[in-house]
Structures are given as structure tokens and as C-alpha cells.
Design a protein around this ligand. Structure first.
Ligand code: NAD
Ligand code: UGA
Length: 470
């Protein structure tokens, strides 16, 4: 192989990152064969579904990209070893959740799937292979990957003398719900590494559709740390504005006005200043906790505490929303019907990982409330699983899930909006009020409804960052 020209890519991990990222690479680089592999047979089967509504993840625009590239130069398979053996470049895009036991439990990232992937690459790669970290990883993981790849005992006998490797870091900055747009028009592409030829090879792929001035090269450790830092800064803004939402509710200020006023300062900027029920998603909390763990590891205790507060404020905000619902419903929700609108951690995704809706719903179930949950994209199986309840055990007792908003609000004492789905900003509140039990309440944690409409419908209204509106 010409070391600079990549003809075939293998991506280990067909998840929220691996799937869309490789689909866009294949779409933009028709001369490269891109194969996404996973140990999860069901997931791979879903990626190969003829019916594009059955793809394993919901992401606007993904179906069109898959339609163009799949079967042409984009493939999904469980044949991991063969694909590694026939690829010039291997992306590692597996999950890196927070450790649940052992040293660093609750903080450090569990990189066992990254290690397993590296061992598999060591065993099956042939010739020269560029290994690219796509997963978000603790700083210096590239050194561990390199060590695994370079240990002769990890290789197959026939490959031992022939296989060579370069390791690069290429973290992903896409957001769910806007992943395709983020991948097609990224703010920047970050590539860390030392091997110039390998860096050129990876850069050449992105140059097919990304301007050169948007491609940033750094050393490996800066690249790994920049990913954690980017998420920490974004999450910090949300915790900051959520802390201000509570001050607004206490003082009569309006958090939307404060956000606008401070965001107009170009040094601050408008983005990521929406107060809400706290951030969710698979990464913000995990990546900050990973940063906290690293700080502690290096003896930087004040720095660790500083970032820890961003997560603690987020948890506090989620519990705060539940307490507010309780207080406004005369201090009790036992036996009351509460409609939860939105279960995904943000709009335009079916992902519920760390969704604020999970913690808030659990708090309300614990208080004895009957929840009626609506989400346009999250399946009822997923909601049952996230709430840790069996369908048989609770249906008709504490939980009802519907794909119809009007069914979900039937006889409700309160409607609690937890995800900013566009359809919730267009609801007919006069009609909803007629279905609810008086005195009906609306709790808008995402600032999506028009307060005037709620007032006209004769409902009580609480909104994040200005409290109960008279
Ligand atoms: P995911 O859980 O959706 O997907 C990971 C996939 O890897 C799973 O399908 C799993 O079966 C597979 N896998 C695990 N071990 C494997 C192995 N040994 N061989 C083959 N397949 C294996 O995770 P995700 O959301 O795609 O995240 C992946 C990484 O990207 C994480 O490190 C995450 O922090 C990072 N990231 C995620 C996002 C996001 O928006 N979700 C954005 C940027 C970065
Ligand atoms: C986030 C980052 O935005 C991506 O750059 C990063 O690649 C990704 O994490 C990752 O590493 O996984 P994502 O979690 O998909 O992306 O979605 P965001 O749009 O960042 O939203 C995260 C959470 O913050 C959501 O619950 C959202 O509702 C909340 N949020 C966001 C607010 O409460 N207020 C805001 O102003 C913005």
C-alpha cells in the first residue's frame, strides 16, 4: 500500500458516532471502502435494514446519506477480524462509559472496549495500519494503545514481523440531533499525532469536504485533552445558566432576558445559554467525571473540585424541578396523574442516555405519582428499561406511555415538558386544558410554550428561570 493513500477503512463500533461519522466519510469519499463493524448483531442488522425508518438511531438527514452510500462503498458487518485484516486505517469508536466498579468507579472512564479493540487490531492487522482514536478517551490512552499494538505476543504469528502501526487521535465533536450537519460542516477537525505520513493520510480524507484551515493538528495528548475540555466548557455554561435560572426565579428576573443580554457580548456568545432541566446525554457528565478523575490522579485537587461542581449543579437542577412540581401541586403527587412530554435528552434524537427525564420521572414515581409519558421518537420499551420497571408490574398502576399527546394528557393534574421537541411549541392548549383535571398546571422546563396561550387556556404556569407566572 502507498502509505499516504487510504483505500479501505474499518470502524470498530457502529453506535451514535461510528455509524453517522463513517456514513459521511463514505458519502464524501466514494473511492474509499468504509466498513463499520460491531459485536452487536442486532445493531448491525438494523444498519442493514431496507426500511430506513428502522435504522438503529434517529438522526435528521442520516437516512439520505445511508441511502446514497450503503452497498456502494459503505458496509455494516459483524465480521470484525476480516475487516481489520483488509483495512489501511482502523477507527476505534466504541463506548467509553464511566466505570461502575473498582478503582476510579463513578469517575474514571472504562476503556475495556478500547483495549479489546486494540488487541483485536494487533492480532489481525496486516501491513501498515493507522489506528485512529475516535472514542473520547482519558489523556494518554494513545500510549496504552500503542503499547498493545507493539507487543509481539499480541500479534498473530504470521503478522508479527510484518505489521506496523501508527496511532492518531481524532476526537469527534458532533452533537446528536444535528450530527449530519456537524459532520458535513464541522467547526474544526482535530487530529493529534506525531507520524507525519499518518497525519497526512487522515487529513487527506477530511480534505475531500473540509477546508484546510479548519483542520487543526496537535500532539496526541493535546488532542485527547481538548475533547474532554470542550465538553467540560459546554457543560459548564449550562450549569452556569441553570444556576442563574434559580436566582431569576427568586428575584423576578427572566433567565431568557439575562441569556440574551449576556450572550450579546461577543466574548460570551449566545450559544449554550438555554436554561433547562439540566444537561443529559451520554458524554457531558462522563467526560467531566473523567477530567475530575485525571485531576485527582495528578494531585490537582482544587481543579478536580472546580469541575465536579458543574456535575453537582446539574444533578441539583434536576431534583429542583421535581421539588417545584411537588410544591406547586399542594406538596403531594401521590395518585395524581402527571403527563411528561419528552423523554429524550434533547430534541431530534431517540437517545435517552442520562436524560434529565429519567431522574425527574424516578423522583415523581417515588412520590407515588402516576406518569403518562409521551415522546415522538423514544420507544416505550426504552422508557420502561430506563425507569427500571417491568411493563407487567406497573402498567395501569403507575406508568402509561403513549405516542399521542392528547391521550397522554387525559385527566392529568399537570403537564411537565422535559424535551424541546418542536411539536410541543405548537400544541392546542385550549384543547389540552379541557382534557385535564382542574386546577391544571403546566411546567415548562424548556421554554417552548407561549405563556399567553397557557393563560388563555386557564391553566397555571411555571417556567424555568421565571417561576410561577401570574
Ligand atoms: P455507542 O454505545 O452508541 O456505540 C458503541 C458501539 O461499540 C456499540 O454498538 C458496541 O456494541 C460497540 N463495541 C463495543 N466494543 C466493541 C468491540 N470490542 N468490537 C466491536 N464493537 C464494539 O457509543 P457512541 O455514542 O457512539 O460513543 C462512542 C464514543 O464516542 C464514546 O467514547 C463517546 O464518548 C464518544 N462520542 C460520542 C458522541 C455522541 O454524541 N454520542 C459524540 C462525540 C464523541
Ligand atoms: C455534546 C457536545 O455538544 C458535542 O460537541 C460532543 O461531541 C458530544 O456532547 C459528545 O462528546 O458526546 P450532545 O450531548 O449530543 O453533544 O448534545 P448537546 O446539544 O451538547 O446537548 C447536551 C445536553 O445539554 C442536552 O440535554 C441539552 O438539552 C442540554 N443543553 C444544551 C441545555 O440544557 N442548554 C443549552 O443551551 C444547550
Amino acid at each position: 500500500m502507498n502509505k499516504n493513500v487510504i483505500e479501505s477503512i474499518c470502524c470498530i463500533g457502529a453506535g451514535y458516532v461510528g455509524g453517522p461519522t463513517m456514513a459521511v466519510i463514505a458519502d464524501r469519499c466514494p473511492d474509499i471502502k468504509v466498513t463499520v463493524v460491531d459485536i452487536n448483531e442486532k445493531r448491525i442488522a438494523a444498519w442493514n435494514e431496507d426500511d430506513l425508518d428502522k435504522l438503529p438511531i434517529y438522526e435528521p438527514g442520516l437516512d439520505a446519506v445511508i441511502k446514497r452510500a450503503r452497498g456502494r462503498n459503505l458496509f455494516f458487518t459483524t465480521s470484525i477480524n476480516e475487516t481489520i485484516a483488509s483495512s489501511d486505517m482502523v477507527f476505534i469508536s466504541v463506548n467509553t462509559p464511566t466505570k461502575t466498579k473498582g478503582l476510579g468507579a463513578g469517575e474514571a472512564s472504562d476503556i475495556r472496549w478500547v483495549e479489546a479493540s486494540a488487541r483485536q487490531v494487533a492480532k489481525y492487522a496486516k501491513g501498515h495500519t493507522i489506528v485512529v482514536e475516535k472514542s473520547t478517551l482519558p489523556v494518554r490512552t494513545a500510549a496504552a494503545i500503542r503499547s498493545i499494538l507493539e507487543t509481539p505476543q499480541n500479534r498473530n504469528e504470521e503478522n508479527t514481523s510484518k505489521a506496523t502501526f501508527s496511532v492518531l487521535s481524532n476526537p469527534e465533536f458532533l452533537s446528536e440531533g444535528t450530527a449530519i450537519n456537524d459532520l458535513e460542516s464541522p467547526d474544526r477537525v482535530l487530529i493529534g499525532g506525531e507520524d507525519l505520513e499518518a497525519l497526512d493520510s487522515l487529513e487527506a480524507i477530511y480534505l475531500q469536504w473540509v477546508d484546510k484551515d479548519k483542520i487543526i493538528r496537535t500532539n496526541l495528548w493535546s488532542s485527547e485533552l481538548s475533547k474532554l475540555t470542550a465538553n467540560a466548557f459546554l457543560a459548564q455554561r449550562i450549569s452556569s445558566i441553570n444556576s442563574v435560572s434559580a436566582i431569576c426565579e427568586a428575584t423576578g428576573a427572566d433567565v431568557r432576558e439575562v441569556s440574551k443580554a449576556i450572550g450579546s457580548d461577543s466574548r460570551i456568545g449566545q450559544k449554550f445559554l438555554n436554561a433547562g432541566p439540566g444537561f443529559g446525554g451520554s458524554c457531558f457528565q462522563k467526560d467531566i467525571l473523567n477530567l475530575v478523575y485525571l485531576c485527582r490522579h495528578f494531585g490537582l485537587l482544587n481543579v478536580a473540585e472546580y469541575w465536579q461542581q458543574v456535575v453537582e449543579l446539574n444533578t441539583w437542577q434536576q431534583h429542583r424541578i421535581y421539588r417545584l412540581v411537588l410544591q406547586n401541586l399542594f406538596g403531594t403527587v401521590t395518585g395524581k396523574k402527571l403527563a411528561i412530554l419528552g423523554f429524550a435528552f434533547k430534541a431530534d434524537t431517540n437517545d435517552t442516555r442520562e436524560s434529565p427525564a429519567i431522574r425527574i420521572s424516578k423522583d415523581l414515581l417515588e412520590e407515588g405519582a402516576f406518569l403518562m409519558i409521551h415522546d415522538p421518537k423514544v420507544s416505550s420499551e426504552k422508557i420502561y428499561e430506563d425507569l427500571g420497571v417491568s411493563k407487567l408490574e406497573t402498567n395501569n398502576e403507575q406508568l402509561f406511555i403513549s405516542k399521542n399527546v392528547f391521550e397522554a394528557v387525559n385527566e392529568a393534574d399537570a403537564v411537565i415538558i422535559l424535551t424541546e421537541w418542536n411539536e410541543y411549541s405548537k400544541l392546542d392548549w385550549a384543547l389540552i386544558a379541557k382534557k385535564m383535571r382542574a386546577p391544571g398546571w403546566v411546567f415548562d422546563t424548556r421554554s417552548v410554550v407561549d405563556p399567553e396561550q397557557i393563560k388563555l387556556a386557564g391553566l397555571n404556569f411555571w417556567r424555568v428561570g421565571d417561576g410561577v407566572l401570574g
